[in-house]
Write a protein that binds this ligand. Structure first.
Ligand code: SAM
Length: 277
């Protein structure tokens, strides 16, 4: 059993290093997710694991703790509406801006990308839009898509773009599956021309965003739910600062911002919410 002193050590460590808040009623979660690290790093108990982590700022243990604690649940076209808004509202405007040479590129950031479904869903919808409207003067290369996550493990899967049959049953229809994936043994691999459009990078949302440049769209979905209100407010402000003037933020459909201090304006399209400056 993890003691309450040990739980507190990890609770503080986790909030400090990835922003995730774990309350006392989730003690079992810390215990069940970290117990295997006692075996892997050959220590007797959680306090010894904590000491080993700090003794030589053991980055391998640090990485493993983050991997175990983060929830990487995701699916294709999650919630549906962000891609509908992209298609109906945003893409026509972006195509016009690109044609008028008002911008060089449209930049999109999937800010807690997990295994890549959110970023790849975005590229697929852009490609569908160009195909359907027979647009030839604007191409996928006019869009720069960056996807980041704190977990190296999920990014490895994202970069490979290879998915197991269960992931391929979650949110993607047969048409897209056959058009954009090829079967590789028991898995499905996304087509190179989609894969190559996404630049996956390891990044903690606690870090500074300045070097990322400005974005037209930020998808920061189903991650703020794990953070404290203070961190959420800071994050919303940092996202606000890196959006272009008509930039858009998407959050998860069940995430609420009414408890937060932010400057965003709420917009609605066909029951889907998106935020602008
Ligand atoms: C539940 S998934 C959401 C994935 C995707 N955005 C979606 O909506 O389907 C949350 C992701 O946030 C990542 N994450 C958690 N804390 C983070 C942090 N401080 N910085 C960057 N990513 C973080 C996790 O590793 C995980 O992959």
């Amino acid at each position: 059993m993890i003691t309450s002193k040990e739980f507190k050590l990890f609770q503080e460590y986790i909030e400090k290093n990835c922003g995730i808040v774990i309350n006392e009623d989730k003690t079992y979660l810390v215990e069940s997710r970290l117990i295997r690290l006692l075996i892997e790093f050959e220590v007797e108990n959680f306090e010894a694991l904590y000491n080993k982590l700090n003794s030589n700022s053991n980055s391998k243990i640090a990485d493993k703790i983050i991997e175990e604690i983060t929830t990487n649940e995701t699916l294709w076209f999650r919630d549906g509406y962000p891609w509908k808004i992209l298609e109906d509202v945003l893409l026509p405007n972006y195509i016009a801006k690109l044609r008028k040479k008002e911008v060089n590129k449209i930049r999109i950031w999937s800010a807690a990308s997990s295994t890549g479904q959110e970023a790849y869903s975005t590229v697929i919808i852009i490609n569908e839009f160009l195909d359907k409207n027979n647009i030839k003067d604007v191409t996928l290369s006019d869009f720069e898509i960056i996807a980041t996550d704190i977990s190296g493990q999920v990014l490895e899967i994202a970069k490979k773009g290879r998915y197991d049959p269960i992931s391929m049953k979650r949110g993607i229809d047969e048409y897209f599956k056959l058009k954009y994936f090829s079967k590789k043994g028991n898995t499905w691999e996304i087509a190179d021309f989609i894969k190559n459009r996404v630049d996956f990078r390891k990044m903690n949302l606690q870090s500074n965003f300045i070097l990322l440049g400005k974005f037209d769209i930020v998808l920061c979905r189903y991650v703020m739910i794990y953070f404290s209100n203070k961190f959420k407010n800071d994050l919303l402000q940092k996202i606000y600062n890196i959006l272009v003037d008509d930039g858009v933020l998407f959050i998860g459909s069940s995430e609420l911002l009414y408890n937060n201090k932010h400057k965003f304006k709420e917009n609605e399209h066909k029951n889907g919410i998106y935020y602008t400056k």
